[in-house]
Design a protein around this ligand. Structure first.
Ligand SMILES: Cc1cc2nc3c(=O)[nH]c(=O)nc-3n(C[C@H](O)[C@H](O)[C@H](O)COP(=O)(O)OP(=O)(O)OC[C@H]3O[C@@H](n4cnc5c(N)ncnc54)[C@H](O)[C@@H]3O)c2cc1C
Length: 454
């Protein structure tokens, strides 16, 4: 396999030495590692197809990888596998200003897509916290969300076409530039969020929207977590959908300030970072109404960003939450539960109780407007007793999320980290359906085996 890949792709596109394989042995998920047998870097769809055919001939598993920033172990290799890394398929192929679409190879960084659209006066809204380093293929494979999900939706809402290579090496185009198309099952949607288990996404056709003319940014400070949660429910109940409605608890605020000094208030128990956008008058009016709601629901202070530079600084503070928290203890486990927004206060209470009773450090931040929380365990994977407590605490949090009508993952996917909980989330019939889809597309279980389910 190694010799054939070298002949096919060129020697500089194949890694086999142990020291070269180490960086491809893990993703952004703590405590999950496995060294692959080789890593290959195709430059074209035809090369991807050829690698898949070689893997089939040699009976090897294939784990597709973008930038490896995933937070559920999706691109962690399985033993003796081929890692198919798409980072060198990194060209934006077309920006179609008449149809408002952008066609990119899967290895393009999400930030580059945003920037290219922005330069043309257009907008690609999905903005995962990892936007500067994750690939668009990884975003599609995880159906990633982001800070603007509340108003603009998630990656799926912008994917209108995909080029996919199937396990047997065949290449299909799913979707097109049409606004409407109901010819056959929506196969394109099957691959969004498929976590590398159904096929390799090689090209992505994205829908763009006009760039909003204005933005307003607010920072609301709270003395109690629950007041922040109630503000969110009240804003939504008032029929206002801000672009961003992010939450950071006390510990996260303090860590971010120590790390990036963006101007978050250190005395806060919680802060909400809120952004409105659209027509200047609409963005301003929404911001005013939100400020009023925040004050009537217990905000100690509400501050408006004075200029775009301050707004950008505050957004950067929120985006650096994970990196800031990762400095506290040796192991950072960032979790990802979502509940209906009406249940946010109940979920926050549960997380606080779990932290108290288990003696664990759990900092929480997240996309509050989406009901999406990231309880983040600051721990040490070398301490087996503490890790057992983390495991127990996670189970309690996931069980409660399901009980409240929520989900075990809002955006990071199932991968390896959540597969033990998936059946409880879906129920037997849906779980069996999922497995039967996998069997029909990848009967030899060659693509990312052992992810999502065994
Ligand atoms: C600091 C930080 C902040 C983050 N913030 C967010 C956030 O706000 N929202 C969010 O949703 N996620 C977030 N993430 C998680 C992560 O960045 C996303 O899941 C991202 O989409 C992964 O992209 P990647 O290129 O790194 O993919 P990888 O991690 O390499 O792969 C992820 C999964 O997709 C599969 N895959 C990758 N490329 C392809 C392809 N071309 N074809 C088929 N399958 C493929 C892999 O097999 C794997 O299962 C964050 C991560 C970090 C480290």
């Amino acid at each position: 396999m190694i010799a054939e890949c070298q002949a096919l792709l060129g020697p500089d596109a194949v890694l086999t030495e142990p020291e070269d394989l180490i960086p491809y042995s893990f993703d952004g998920t703590a405590a999950l590692k496995c060294r692959p047998r080789l890593v290959v870097f195709p430059r074209s769809t035809e090369q991807v197809a050829a690698v898949l055919r070689l893997a089939r001939d040699h009976g090897l598993a294939v784990v597709t990888r973008g930038s490896g920033t995933g937070l559920s172990g999706g691109s962690v290799p399985v033993p003796q596998c081929v890692v198919l890394c798409l980072q060198r398929m990194n060209r934006i192929l077309e920006l179609d200003e008449r149809n408002l679409t952008l066609l990119a190879e899967s290895g393009v960084l999400t930030q580059e897509i945003f920037d290219r659209a922005d330069a043309a006066g257009l907008f690609y809204p999905p903005d995962p916290g990892s936007i500067k380093i994750s690939t668009i293929g990884g975003n599609v494979a995880e159906n990633s969300g982001g800070l603007r999900g509340l108003k603009y939706g998630v990656t799926r809402d912008y994917v209108i076409g995909l080029e996919v290579v199937l396990a047997d090496g065949s290449i299909c185009w799913l979707g097109n530039k049409c606004v409407k198309d109901v010819a056959g099952y929506s196969l394109r949607d099957l691959f969004v969020g498929s976590e590398g288990t159904l096929g390799v996404i090689t090209q992505v056709l994205l829908k763009l929207v006009p760039k909003p003319a204005a933005r307003q940014t607010l920072l609301a400070t709270y003395g109690q977590l629950e007041a922040a949660a109630e503000t969110v429910s009240a804003v939504i109940a008032a029929r206002i959908i801000p672009c961003t409605l992010e939450f950071l608890d006390r510990q996260t605020v303090r860590c971010v300030e120590a790390y990036a000094a963006v101007g978050f208030p250190l005395e806060a128990e919680a802060v909400l970072l809120i952004e409105t956008d659209g027509h200047p008058a609409a963005a301003a009016e929404e911001a005013e109404r939100i400020e009023e709601i925040a004050r009537t629901h217990g905000a100690l202070a509400v501050r408006r960003a004075r200029d775009p530079a301050e707004a950008a600084r505050l957004a950067t503070g929120r985006r650096s939450a994970f990196s800031a928290l990762a400095r506290i203890r040796p192991t950072t486990i960032l979790e990802d539960v979502t509940v209906p927004r009406s249940e946010l206060a109940a979920m926050i209470r549960l997380i606080q109780r779990v932290a108290r009773e288990s003696g664990l450090q759990i900092a929480t931040f997240g996309h509050f407007g989406d009901g999406n929380l990231h309880p983040t365990f600051l721990t040490d994977e070398r301490d087996a007793a503490e890790m057992a407590r983390v495991e127990g605490a996670m189970r309690t949090i996931f069980d409660e999320a399901i009980r409240l009508g929520g989900t075990i993952t809002g955006e990071h996917g199932v991968g390896l980290a959540k597969k033990a909980y998936l059946r409880a989330q879906l129920g037997d019939a849906s779980f069996a359906l999922l497995k039967s889809i996998k069997r029909s597309l990848d009967p030899e279980n060659r693509l990312n085996p052992g992810k999502i389910f065994d």
